[in-house]
Write a protein that binds this ligand. Structure first.
Ligand code: SAH
Length: 216
């Protein structure tokens, strides 16, 4: 898939591209492009935001700035899915992640300050998505969360099988994954459930299915 991110802080996306799962799919399953609104703004001195009409604190990302960025990259408003990251959006969950991961092309928009001019959300986007009911200072962390969550759904992103059985997956009926343990088998008197050391894969599978918790 091609994933385009529009941001004011392109450097925020550097480390993600050096690490799995994103690094594993970059250049094959994933074409990740990072665009800075300042590079295409029609305003002078790299201006991208302005005072809110009606007054009040903070600055608002301008609609003409986002439209100009789209003109430069897509020669107009894209026909594919465009997700604006905002605390006012639909909350991101695994179902939405999986829906986004099958899109051939996806655009993510982040803002800073007070957020987007409403006309960006109304006319230039298809979706508004929140990563949770709290306010962050910018859309970069939410965009990183979406890029990571989407990238790990792409073929070859994870080691064989590891994306199949995990929290929220169909294999666990949408539940939370059973507990994991590794060496040492005993540490400070803290043991490991005997059954996991038994080598009896049938009983281990039963134990694991009994320890999947439902999402409350
Ligand atoms: N004034 C806004 C908050 C703006 S926060 C309000 O009260 O709703 C600035 C930017 O950070 C937002 O435009 C968005 O891009 C990003 N952001 C902050 N919290 C977010 C969240 N929970 N989910 C997604 N994006 C968020």
């Amino acid at each position: 898939m091609r994933l385009d991110v529009f941001t004011l802080i392109p450097g925020a996306f550097a480390w993600l591209q050096e690490r799995r799962p994103v690094a594993a799919v970059l250049g094959t399953e994933l074409d990740l492009r990072i665009f800075n609104y300042r590079d295409t703004t029609p305003l002078s001195a790299g201006q991208v935001d302005d005072d809110p009409y009606g007054g009040g604190p903070g600055m608002v990302l301008r609609v003409d700035v986002v439209a100009a960025a789209f003109d430069a990259v897509y020669k107009g408003v894209p026909e594919h899915r465009v997700v604006a990251l905002s605390p006012k959006g639909r909350q991101l969950d695994q179902e939405l992640v999986e829906g986004l991961a099958v899109e051939p092309v996806l655009t993510l928009l982040s803002a800073r300050f007070e957020g987007f001019d409403q006309r960006i959300l109304d006319h230039l986007c298809t979706d508004v998505v929140s990563i949770g009911p709290y306010v962050l200072s910018g859309g970069e962390i939410p965009a990183l969360a979406v890029v990571d969550a989407v990238a790990r759904r792409l073929p070859g992103a994870l080691s064989e099988g590891s994306g199949e059985v995990e929290s929220f997956s169909a294999a666990l009926h949408g539940g939370l994954e059973y507990p994991h343990y590794t060496r040492p088998a005993e540490f400070r008197g803290w043991g490991v459930p005997e059954i996991l050391l038994s080598g009896d894969h049938g009983r281990i599978a039963t134990w694991r299915s009994e320890h999947v918790r439902s999402v409350t």
